[in-house]
Structure formats: C-alpha cells, structure tokens
Design a protein around this ligand. Structure first.
Ligand SMILES: Cc1cc2nc3c(=O)[nH]c(=O)nc-3n(C[C@H](O)[C@H](O)[C@H](O)COP(=O)(O)OP(=O)(O)OC[C@H]3O[C@@H](n4cnc5c(N)ncnc54)[C@H](O)[C@@H]3O)c2cc1C
Length: 505
C-alpha cells in the first residue's frame, strides 16, 4: 500500500521482503469499508468486490440461541459506498496490491532481508542480505518498517514494543461446514467457555472458524482440526456437520504497541507498530491505513513541497488510533475469553440482552458501523486539524474523514458521488453555497482541486443529512480527512493554514 501510494505521487521506493514470494496463507479475512474507499482511489476496488464476499450483518448467538444481529449493510447505506464487511483473504489483497504496483512499474524484491540500519543526517544506510549470506548496502532518504510483528526496522531503531502475550491459544480453520450459521453473514457464538467466530468465505458452506483452544487441549503441539472439532460441536451445536478442512493453524497472540512510530528517518507501520487480538477484523486494515496516512506526507516532503516537520503528524495521528484499537480489542477479547464466573454470566446472560436492545437504536447501530468499518477514525487533536470559529459543534470538523455525499456539482445537473470526484493525490477544497476563489490557493497551486457545491434543494437535503451548514467550506487533505474547516471561505485563511500547519514553502 505504501509503495503504491508513493508511486502514484511520483516517489520511487525499493521494496524488499525476506520471503521467497507472496504469502499463500489467508490470515486476515475482513476488508473494512474505509479500506475499500482507499482501494477505489487506487483502482482495485472492483476486482476486490468481484473476488470477495459481502457480509451484510453479524449475528450474535448465545448458548446456541440467536440473541442479536448487527446490521452492517442497511445501517451503513448512507455512510459509505461500501456498507458491508468484504470477506477477502489477505493473500488476495496482497495480490491485488502487487498487481497495482506492477502496473506502476514497481515490484517487491523477494529473498532480501534487512539486517543492518544506520541513520545519518540526510540518509539511511541499510544492509541487505541475500539467501546465500552475501550482503550489500543501499542508501535511501527514508525507511519504512512494514516488516511485521518481529520488525527488524523497529529493533534496529531501538524502539520498544510494549505489551504482553495473551495466555490463550487461538485456532483458525477454513472448513466446509453446515449448521445454524446465517449464510453470508458473520456468526459470533458466545459460550460460557469462550467463543467461536464463523466468517463466510467464497463458495458454498465454506467458513473460516476462529476460536480459542479449550483448556484441556492447551499446551499440546501436535493438535489437528479433528482434535478441536468435538469442542466446536459441543459449543456451536451438535447439528454442525464438517465436510472438509483446507487450512488449520494455531497461534498465540500478543497485544503490543511500539512506543514510537518514528525514529528520525525510520517509520513503523502495520504489525511492526501494533498487534492485537483479531477480534473485530481490524489488524490488516489498520496497517493499510497507516500507509495511507504516511504516504501523502512523505511524498510532499520528498518532493520538497513540505518541510520534514509534517512527518511528525504521522505518529501524532496514528499512535492514538493504535492505542484505542489495543484497548477496545483487549476489552472485547477479555470479555469473550475470561474464565471467571462473573464474565461467563455476563457473556451469556447480560451481554446478549444489552446488544439486542442497543441494536434496536439507530444511533447505536450507526456508531457500531462507523467504529467497525473504520470510517469513524478521526484526528481532531492533530496539529494538522484546524476548525475555524462559527462552525456548529454537530458539523464534521477538522480531523474527521469527510462524509460520503451525493451532490449536484453543477446546478440542475446529475447527482454525482463526491468520493469519485475527489483526487486523493491532491488537496480538495469543497466550497459550499458560496463562490470559490478564482485564483485558487497560490501556496497549493496544482496540488489543489476545487469542488463547488451550488445551493439547491437536493444538495441542501444531502448536506443537512450530514449536518453540514449550507454555507461552509472544507479543505480536505489527500487522505480525505478534513484539514481546515469553516463557514465563510477566506482564501487568506487557507493560505495561512498551508504555510503554518503543513509547513509548505
Ligand atoms: C490467523 C490470523 C488471522 C487474522 N485475521 C485478521 C482479520 O480478520 N482482519 C485483520 O484486519 N487482520 C487479521 N490478522 C492480522 C493481519 O494478518 C496482520 O495485521 C497483517 O498481516 C499485518 O500486515 P503487515 O504487512 O504489517 O505485516 P506482515 O503481514 O507480518 O508482513 C511483514 C512482511 O515483512 C517481511 N519481513 C519481516 N522481517 C523482514 C526483514 N528483516 N527483512 C525483509 N523483510 C522482512 C516478512 O517476510 C513479511 O512478508 C490476522 C492474523 C492472523 C495470523
């Protein structure tokens, strides 16, 4: 993702990986709406949608009875062009991103391991090792550690990875199975003893099952899926019928976060920066969005448009996202695995009732969709976020992902999807109910696209839905988050924002 985004902005990156080729393990399976919005700009969303399966809801089962349903589809309908969780394996995602990279003339250099890293004032020197043990040195302006939980970049940069392992061991199986699961939806089974997740996969009766090993099987190294089946059947129902299992694995998970996401010319992204329980299908998505946050900033700095201080905002913005993710997944995970009597009772008696009641409230449903889909991630306290006086509290504010709107951008013209119109390699100035500055914003020049939203009833209704005042303006950063927001557009205020906050010039 990072190399793709840099290539789109004219920045060349050398991508190395110590493996011999792309991973063939599915691993992450859930692609969230926010990631799909980014894929749309990258030109790979159609292929992702063709290959994947849309999960439009999550069903919560308690002790064998369906207790609640979280509707992912309907409730997100006005919030994102992709109001669902796309079930598409990480291997497929990596392939799509690799194909997109090749179209841009770049490719991963496999069989190449980073073994040394030295920082100098204006460059980094990286020592790379080939499988035969020979080493070579490359010099680069910056290094991005997208190298997973055991990140060499993190270790060679001396950045601590604070946290701990969970005591539980997960199992994961891709199996053909029939049972009470609602087809094409997520099925979460909560039991006194723990939980099972059933993710729908491509094909008929094909499910990814995730759970924790029952206590009597913990500590055994030689476990097969057959050993686990009795406990799954005992908990998820005797009517479960297993036909075949194409992949089975067990793994121990940790919850950890790097204390810094940057050390001088080195950055950490993805699992190198944060790891947590897979409850919530957030891990892969968060890593992809780390890259989307960093890429436009790095491209501006590399091309000399912005000062290096802009890069400090990467850590400022992404550390709180990782921190929140760790604490929420930790709380959710502890609740679904705790062996204590109170937790068991809460899981099976109270939790389901609360969820069933809460999910009848539309605002709670919307909050659930925003949170799970990651469209609700925002950077309101970032140094890059400035909301001018006069904008109502309820309106989208600086730091928010600008909402998805369908608007008439030409008076009496057709309704258009604003997200299709945004150019994510540039800043976008959305000028609502007023005239845009004729000379653009000189500090941004060609880096700016202006979209005027004329006042007319259909637009007013759409703006009201998103709580956007009929006269307002929003300067969006290339990643679609609001940088500057206000009511009356003042070109001088935008110029000042660009030079002071982005450190342009
Ligand atoms: C079973 C399982 C299920 C999961 N389910 C989900 C899910 O449903 N949803 C979700 O969002 N996430 C899920 N995750 C998490 C997700 O897989 C990770 O968050 C994701 O793989 C992180 O991507 P990454 O690129 O940061 O790191 P990785 O995928 O670990 O990639 C790191 C790469 O760096 C390379 N590398 C490492 N060290 C070096 C070095 N010194 N030199 C050169 N190359 C190096 C490695 O070879 C590797 O290719 C799951 C994980 C597992 C294990």
């Amino acid at each position: 993702m990072l190399a793709n985004q840099l290539a789109r902005r004219g920045v060349h990156a050398l991508i190395i990986d110590r493996h011999t080729g792309p991973s063939v393990q599915t691993r992450a399976l859930g692609v969230q709406a926010r990631t799909l919005e980014i894929y749309a700009h990258l030109g790979i969303v159609e292929r992702a949608l063709d290959l994947g399966k849309r999960a439009t809801g999550a069903n919560i089962w308690v002790q064998g009875r369906r207790a609640a349903r979280i509707p992912l589809g309907d409730i997100g309908r006005d919030l994102s062009p992709y109001p669902f969780l796309l079930i598409l394996g990480q291997d497929d995602n990596e392939r799509l991103l690799g194909d997109a990279l090749r179209i841009r003339g770049a490719a991963v250099q496999w069989n190449t391991e980073l073994v040394g890293l030295a920082q100098e004032a204006n460059q980094v020197r990286a020592t790379l090792m080939q499988p035969d043990g020979t080493t070579s040195e490359v010099r680069a302006a910056w290094v991005a550690g997208c190298d997973g939980a055991h990140s060499a970049v993190r270790e060679l940069s001396g950045i601590a990875f604070e946290g701990a392992p969970y005591e539980h061991v997960f199992f994961v199986a891709d199996a053909q199975v029939t049972g009470s699961m609602v087809p094409d939806e997520l099925n979460v089974y909560l039991w006194r003893e723990g939980f099972h997740l059933f993710f729908p996969m491509r094909g008929t009766d094909h499910w990814r099952i995730v759970g924790i090993l029952p206590p009597d099987l913990r500590g055994r190294e030689d476990l097969t899926f057959e050993d686990v089946i009795p406990s799954v059947r005992k908990e998820a129902g005797t009517q479960l019928s297993f036909e075949a299992c194409s992949w089975y694995s067990t793994y121990r998970i940790h919850h950890r976060r790097a204390v810094h996401f940057r050390n001088g010319r080195a950055f950490l992204l993805g699992d190198a920066a944060h790891i947590h329980s897979p409850v919530g299908a957030q891990g892969m998505n968060t890593g992809l969005q780390d890259a989307y946050n960093l890429a436009w900033k790095l491209a501006l700095v590399v091309s000399g448009r912005a000062g290096a201080a802009l890069l400090d905002s990467y850590e400022d913005e992404r550390v709180p996202v990782a921190q929140r993710l760790l604490s929420t997944t930790d709380r959710a995970f502890s609740l679904v695995v705790s062996d204590s009597i109170v937790a068991r009772l809460f899981r099976t008696r109270v939790l389901a009732k609360i969820m069933a009641l809460a999910m009848r409230i539309e605002s709670v449903q919307k909050l659930a969709f925003r949170t799970i889909s990651q469209i609700g991630i925002r950077y309101r306290s970032s140094r890059l976020s400035e909301t001018l006086a006069g904008l109502p509290e309820s309106a989208p504010r600086a730091g928010d992902r600008f909402p998805w709107l369908r608007l008439k951008l030409v008076a009496n013209g057709a309704t258009e999807d604003l997200f299709d119109k945004l150019d994510d390699t540039r800043f976008n100035l959305i000028v609502i109910g007023q005239v845009a500055p004729s000379g653009g914003i000189p500090e941004l020049g060609e880096l700016l696209r202006i979209h005027e939203v004329p006042s007319e009833p259909a637009n007013d209704r759409e703006l009201m839905r998103a709580k956007i005042p009929r006269v307002s303006f929003y300067l969006l950063r290339p990643d679609g988050h609001v940088g500057l927001a206000g009511v009356q557009l003042d070109a001088a205020a935008v110029s000042r924002y660009v030079s002071e906050r982005l450190r342009f010039g």
